[in-house]
Every structure is written in C-alpha cells, then in structure tokens.
Write a protein that binds this ligand. Sequence first.
Ligand code: ADP
Length: 282
Amino acid sequence: MNCDNNCGSCESAESCSNNEMNEQDAKIASFLKNVKNKLVVMSGKGGVGKSTVAASLALTLSEQGYKVGLLDVDLHGPSIAGIFGLTGIPLNADGNRILPYQYNENLQVMTVQGLLANPDDALIWRGPLKIGVIRQFIADTQWSPLDYLIVDCPPGTGDEPLTIAQTLTDAKAIVVTTPQEVSLSDVRKSISFCKLAQLEILGLIENMSGFVCPDCGSVHNIFKSGGGEKLAQQQQISFLGKLPIDPAIVESEDAGDPAAMSEPAREALKIVVKNVIAQTKQ
Ligand code: ADP
C-alpha cells in the first residue's frame, strides 16, 4: 500500500513502522518548538576539549539565568557525566519519558552514559542503532522549555553529528579546535561537513590556547596560539574566543565539579559566552 503519511486515517497505522517514525518526528517537532537556540559542539578530532567547552558553556549560561539543556550524544566516549559528577547514575525514566538530571535550577543534563551498565564498557553499535538512540533521546526526554540546548557530539563527521544536523534542523555548530596544525587540518573537515550537512556554523573556539603559568603568570604557547583565529578568518566564520590551558580545569573535571577554573580561564570563558549570547536568539 502507498503511504500518504496520513496515519490518522490509515488502517495499517498500528502495525506500521513509518507510523512510529512519524510519532517520533511529531514529538521531536513539539520539543523543538520550545527551544530557542540549538547549539551543536563539534570537533575534528578527540581530546581537543569539545566536552569541556560544551560543559563550560552550559554551566556559565545557566549561571547567568538562561534555561539550558546539555545533551551528551558522544556514544563512544560520553564525558559529560564524569565532568558533572554523574557517573554511574542510571537513566531516570517515568513511563515512556526520560527525565534529565536537574544539575542546578537552570541546567538539565542528559547523557547516553546512563545506557551503559558499566561506564568503562565499550559500545559496539552500527549506524542505524546509533541514529535511533539519538533520535529517541531527543524525542523522549522530558526537557523544560529551553533558551539553549547544547549538544556534545562525538568528534569527526560520522553518523552522530549527521543525525543531529538532520534532526535539529535549525541548529548551529560551534567548532572547537586546538591551535596546532594537526588539529586545524581536522577542523577544516568539520567545517566542510557543516556546509554539506547544511548546518550553519555559529563560530569557532580555540581551546588550549597558551598556558598561563600559575607561578610566574607568564604565558607559554605550548600548542602555539592564534591558529584557530586565523582559520576562522580564512573560512569566513566567526571567532568566538580562546580558552587557555588551565590545570584547574583538569582537576575540577576529574573531581566531577566543572565550576572551578583559574581567573585567566574564567575571564576568557566570559568573552566566549558573551559572543555566543550576542550571536544567538534572545
Ligand atoms: P574532547 O571532548 O574533545 O574529547 P575533553 O573536553 O574531554 O575533550 O578534554 C580532554 C582532556 O583535556 C580532559 O582531561 C580535560 O579536562 C582537558 N582539557 C580540556 N580543555 C582544557 C583546558 N582548557 N585546560 C586544561 N585542560 C583541558
């Protein structure tokens, strides 16, 4: 039988897998109406601080009074639970709705880590399963109305960022890089991916940009500095700012408390957040 997508009047609606899809699409659409800004944090390669940036942005925006949802769909290395001290907390379900973790009055956190029985287990899932889980996480989570939904994507240009780009149709990407050439060359691929996936780029952040010595206060450019800003200019995308290497960030994240960072890092983050606010819907 030909499908005209009119499930309400279709005799086969109950047994039809298309119907399930349409129901999910309807749930996703009704959630998206309640989210002002959808920001997808991406990187060309792992370890450049994508999750750190996603967590810091989410926390700072929530502390400034914005309603924020932070969704970790990095299925192979979900770090958000660790950063917020939520490791080992199982998914909280209420009937067929999943409840996000209320981190503070304004910040709700949802992470795929709750799907893993043991956080150290490896996940071996093929594309369609990953796509299904991400869509279900967006459709079935009981988010409050949000000013910002921040999505922590896995590195690279695979199924997960593509699913997010196709599901959150008016999302914008924040691309995170470190200043050295190996990272910049990967980030060019992320930029090209965004263009192909029609995911508008909000801007680029250069993380681990210089190390402020806590003893003498001087700046050491361990991974060079300024490469991200130059790349943003070349690619004609907005540069949102730089974050320095800060040992306090590693310590606070390892301890499950993302709030602690040194003063230079906090000042740098304020600039990034100000730029994000200036370029998003209020
Ligand atoms: P990704 O999500 O890109 O894989 P993470 O955010 O998990 O990267 O960061 C990788 C490691 O680097 C973590 O231990 C994190 O604490 C650390 N890190 C990230 N950004 C900084 C920074 N600006 N200063 C110091 N350590 C950082």
